[in-house]
Design a binder for this molecule. Sequence first.
Ligand code: AMP
Length: 441
Amino acid sequence: MEQFEKLGLCEHVLKVISNKKFEKPSEIQEKTIPLILEGKDVIAGSATGSGKTLAFGAGMIKNVVKGNGVQGLILTPTRELAEQVACALEEFAYYKELTVAAIYGGVGMGPQIKKLAYADIVVATPGRLLDHMQNNNITLAKVDYLVLDEADRMWDMGFKDDVGRIVKNCPKDKQTLLFSATISHDLAGFADMYMKAPVEISVESYVDTSKLKQIYYDVRDNEKFGLMVHLLKGEGTKLAMVFCNTRRNADFVAKNLINNGVHARAIHGGMDQSKRIRVLKEFADGKMNIIVCTDVAARGLDITGVTHVYNYDLPKDHRDYIHRIGRTARAGESGMAVNILASRDYDNFSNIQRHNEGLVVKRENTPRFPRVAVKFDEPRASKYGGVHGRASRGRGRNIGGRRPEDRKGDSRGREQRGERNKRSKDGFRGGGRNVRQKSRR
Ligand code: AMP
């Protein structure tokens, strides 16, 4: 606690930290909170699970006055992140009784308008916030704190202009905090334009490499699935996240895992919210221990205790690899990242290694494993790119047939279109065992 006190946090937040039994500040908290409390603009490296929400929330929770209009604004790329950040801030601001509103598209405007009427802090995705601004449901005239969370993602998702319009509607003398895994040239240009002498903070690394073992297997395309079944059934996988590049692949993998006696479920942006909540509940209840997901869907999940991350597809974007492996080996626990490589992954794997110098991924000899049945069609390459494999006709066919050279790609475009166009009624945050689940709202 002493270390938190030294950072200058207010009593309200210290009380929550004590309740939560946090032992010491995370690296990002230690490096940014004193600067933020001094009123400096800050550009900080951030990653899922780094403790960034408390870092950027510290200043606003200390200084925001309850009932005085929207004074803190956090922009996030996805609805899930908006929900997660809003819930976390609400917790940290519990003793100060601040009202935090989560604002995102795909749900009715009405309840959000009501909440905005007395919100002190707003966590929003850019598109829906602009809708509210156009309808005069919110004024940003009193914003003292502006946070761009996962700014690189917002840029990747095409929110740059929307963010620019929002920033222009905030007062000039506000404090701006930019959290991003990487700072592209474009993002740096934005920072130059809108931030005041920002201090740049980088954190050592996203993952504790001494606790994380990274391995890869090199197999034929038609052996991928069989090997994964074999590994998942093997000893040691207590809680696993299996990553695929597309929604269709996630569905394919999850269905076939179930068919092969592995308790798995898919989670991706194409599923409606009630279905996602059902899956998370099953997971929280211990009915299954393997989640098959896409990158965008995984970003909204705060799952602890992941022992293994499997890359069924290697991501095209090297940053996604770091995000993925960062889901395990957290909080002092050890973890394993397993890459199942076939020819279609070679380019992506080289790209990941090129961009992440010092990454040690050890090759493992492929064990002998039995052939497995595949009951559902593996998706065919589509014009969107990223879906691979030849659809097998008929049910119950063995993987092992001849297959054309697979195509590579990623699902970013479609996942993101899903995020913007198909928002469902509730956000979610796990509950019970390993998932944090949305409780209020
Ligand atoms: P975040 O990166 O803000 O999403 O935080 C990830 C998780 O770490 C959340 O469950 C936080 O409550 C938790 N957390 C934040 N700061 C600390 C800390 N100093 N010690 C332990 N856990 C923390």
